[in-house]
Ligand binder design. Structure first.
Ligand code: HPA
Length: 258
C-alpha cells in the first residue's frame, strides 16, 4: 500500500515510535541518501525517517535536509510529523513538556540546505508554516488522551552544533521565540516546497542557556526525549486515526519533483 505518512525522528526518537516495523532502507536522491524504516502506525502505513541517520551519526549542521525531504517525497509521502528536542526560551515552558509548534523563526545560515529552488524563480507561501490539519489532529489526540500538551509555540532555529549564549537566548525570547533547536527550520521549509504537510512536535529538554545556573548536558537532552517518547507514540497513534490523508489540500507551488 502507498505510504503517505512519515514521522521524522530527531534526538532520542527511534523507529520504535512506529507501532510495527517491516524493513530498513537507504533512499538515494539527487541530494544524497536518507535512512528510513518502513512500518505502520496503528493501521496506517508509515515511514520513519532517521533525521541524523541510523545510530544518530550526523550532527545537525551536516544533515542533508534536502536528501531527507526528497526521499520522503519520492516515497509518496504527503504528511509529516517531525519531532525535535528543544531548549526553552523562558522559565514558564518546562523540560519534559511537548510543544506543538505553530510558527518559526529561521536563524540558520546554511545556504545549501535552505531551498530546492536555488536556480528557479519560485517563491513559496509558507503561511502557516505548520499544517493546520495535522496540528488539529494532534491537538485532538492530546485531548482524547488527557495529555497536557502546549498547543502553540514559536521555534527558533540555529545551525548548531553549539548551544546558545545567554544573550542569544534573551534575544530569541524578545523576538517572540518560545523554544530553540538546531534542525527544524530548513526541514520545515523544504517540506513545504516539496508540497508536504508538515507538523512539528518538540520535546523541551532544558531551559535555554543562562535561564538556570547550570549548563546544558547533551546526555540529559537525550534522556528526557527518551522518557517522553511513549507519550509521543500514543499521540501519533491517536492523531493519525483522525486524519484523512486523501483530502489534504495542496501545499507548496507544485513545482517540486524529487
Ligand atoms: N538549544 C538548541 N538546541 C537544543 C537545545 C538548546 O538549548 N536543547 C535541545 N536542543
Amino acid at each position: 500500500m502507498q505510504i503517505q505518512l512519515a514521522v521524522i525522528g530527531g534526538t532520542g526518537i527511534t523507529a520504535n515510535i512506529l507501532t510495527e516495523t517491516t524493513s530498513q532502507q537507504v533512499v538515494t536522491t539527487r541530494f544524497g541518501s536518507a535512512d528510513v524504516t518502513i512500518g505502520t502506525i496503528g493501521a496506517v502505513p508509515a515511514v520513519f525517517l532517521h533525521r541524523h541517520g541510523i545510530g544518530h551519526k550526523i550532527p545537525p549542521h551536516a544533515i542533508s535536509h534536502r536528501a531527507n525531504i526528497a526521499a520522503l517525497a519520492s516515497l509518496g509521502v504527503r504528511a509529516v510529523y517531525a519531532t525535535t528536542a528543544v531548549g526553552s526560551l523562558c522559565t514558564s515552558i518546562h523540560p519534559g513538556e511537548i510543544v506543538l509548534l505553530d510558527d518559526l523563526i529561521d536563524m540558520t545560515r546554511n545556504q545549501a540546505e535552505r531551498t530546492f529552488f536555488a536556480t528557479d524563480v519560485v517563491h513559496t507561501d509558507v503561511t502557516p508554516p505548520y499544517s493546520q490539519a495535522l496540528r488539529k489532529a494532534f491537538i485532538a489526540a492530546g485531548a482524547e488522551l488527557g495529555f497536557d500538551i502546549r498547543d502553540h509555540g514559536t521555534y527558533v532555529c540555529t545551525d548548531g552544533p553549539r548551544f546558545e549564549t545567554p544573550a542569544e537566548i534573551r534575544m530569541m525570547a524578545r523576538l517572540g521565540g518560545d523554544v530553540v533547536g538546531m534542525t527544524g527550520a530548513n526541514e520545515a521549509m523544504l517540506a513545504i516546497e516539496a508540497g508536504l504537510h508538515y507538523c512539528g512536535a518538540s520535546v523541551v529538554t532544558n531551559y535555554g542557556a543562562g535561564l538556570t545556573p547550570t549548563g546544558i548536558a547533551h546526555e540529559s537532552v537525550h534522556e528526557i526525549v527518551v522518557s517522553v517518547a511513549p507519550q509521543l507514540q500514543k499521540l501519533l497513534l491517536s492523531a493519525v486515526r483522525n486524519i484523512d490523508l486523501t483530502t489534504l489540500p495542496q501545499r507548496g507551488s507544485g513545482r517540486f519533483t524529487p
